[in-house]
Design a protein around this ligand. Structure first.
Ligand SMILES: NC(=O)c1ccc[n+]([C@@H]2O[C@H](COP(=O)([O-])OP(=O)(O)OC[C@H]3O[C@@H](n4cnc5c(N)ncnc54)[C@H](OP(=O)(O)O)[C@@H]3O)[C@@H](O)[C@H]2O)c1
Length: 356
């Protein structure tokens, strides 16, 4: 399996075209199994490392010979300090202990939670950012992260102040590149004027096309910012594996998600059925068709499907070998455009946290 690479922003660094989202390994999508998650992480690194062109090792700043025209790291792993209230980073530490140099490691800050998990708000204050990074490095047991994202924009702090503080961490070698998540086009532009933003992590999938309509994609392209498409499989729904809300565990956060409410769930299955037909005609899994479609939106798209299962990991990575013709892309777009999606992409409180 050959995993293609894509440049991250305008950094000159190439990462695997599909990353691995680790959120579900610690929270939100029902019961977790660390042993299985670690197997997925190890295999993910292996799949990437098999094709590694250049391994980058050592501590930053990276000094590479001038003769090397591209810098490639394979496996992109995306986590966050709030997932599992730090548990997600602690889980990663177990794998990074021996494999740090093979991983392009991204984590986020900004969501503040109490030890019992209660969400306390968003914090983008300079002093908090430093404190959050130190805590992440400590949990991860690493000296630096490759990509550090602000998870949500703090409306009480000018984005310039936040990004200036993040840029300090780059200067100190604790962070290599900066990213934002779920910010508006205007915020992205202001942030980028302070320090280059390499990536924007934002929801994008066949049932969440907001960035095409609100100017975000256009602005990201103008500035050379990679779109890291999170929940590219519609939180698993678009793969067709869930047929009713009862398929979710009692603790699964999707039970409170408007798109999965009893009245919306069955209506939203229309799009799933269309994908099932298109995938069958192509001879691939629905998940692969969807990921191949996201990848086909441009070299500046990197989807980060989340999984805790080896089978899904292999399937998702396999999507990088699925080529869609112009005709197939048009057919998929036609199917997407023909279906109405019911429910917002977050519950009310979550929608308020988006900088749109
Ligand atoms: N910036 C943000 O605000 C934000 C928000 C949400 C997520 N994220 C990031 O984005 C990552 C991905 O999001 P997500 O987990 O919601 O993504 P997703 O890939 O859309 O959905 C993950 C769900 O799909 C299932 N799945 C994965 N591959 C499959 C396959 N081939 N066939 C059938 N089912 C499959 C997973 O099942 P299993 O879990 O059982 O494997 C899981 O239930 C997260 O891990 C997180 O890092 C960021």
């Amino acid at each position: 399996m050959v995993i293609p690479h894509r440049e991250l922003g305008r950094t000159g660094v190439k990462v695997a075209a599909i990353g691995l989202g680790c959120m579900g390994m610690s929270e939100y999508y029902g019961p977790t199994d660390d042993k299985e998650s670690i197997a997925v992480l190890e295999r993910s690194i292996e799949l990437g490392a098999l094709r590694a062109m250049i391994r980058i090792s050592g501590t930053p700043p990276y000094v590479l010979p001038q003769s090397l025209s591209s810098r490639t790291i394979h496996c992109s792993i995306i986590i966050c300090d709030v997932y599992g209230i730090g548990k997600n980073e602690e889980l990663l530490a177990k794998v990074l202990k021996t494999r740090r140099s093979e991983v392009f490691l991204a984590t986020k800050f900004g969501g503040v939670r109490a030890p019992d998990g209660k969400f306390l708000g968003i914090n983008g204050k300079p002093e908090y950012i430093r404190q959050a990074l130190e805590a992440s490095l400590n949990r991860l047991q690493v000296d630096y992260v490759d990509l550090y994202y602000q998870h949500r924009v703090d409306p009480s702090v000018p984005i310039e102040d936040t990004v200036r503080a993040m840029a300090e961490l780059v200067k100190e070698g604790k962070v290599r590149y900066l990213g934002l998540s779920e910010c508006s086009a205007a915020t992205l532009r202001r942030a980028h004027a302070v320090h280059p933003i390499a990536a924007l992590q934002i929801e994008y999938s066949p049932w969440t096309l907001d960035i095409e309509e609100n100017g975000i994609l256009e602005t990201a392209r103008e500035l050379g910012v990679t779109i890291v498409a999170y929940s590219p499989l519609g939180r698993g729904f678009l793969t067709g594996q869930y047929k009713s809300i009862d398929d979710f565990d009692a603790t699964d956060f999707r039970r409170n998600h408007p798109r999965f409410s009893p009245e919306n769930f069955s209506k939203n299955l229309d799009l799933v059925r269309q994908f099932e037909e298109l995938a069958k005609a192509k001879g691939v899994a629905s998940s692969q068709l969807i990921l191949a479609w996201v990848l086909a939106q441009g070299q500046d798209f990197i989807p980060i499907p989340g999984t805790r299962r080896l089978k899904y990991l292999e399937e998702n990575v396999g999507a990088t070998n699925v080529t869609l013709s112009e005709h197939e892309l048009k057919e998929i777009r036609k199917a997407i455009d023909s279906i109405k999606i019911y429910g917002t992409r977050y519950p009310e409180a979550g929608m308020k946290g988006l900088n749109i």
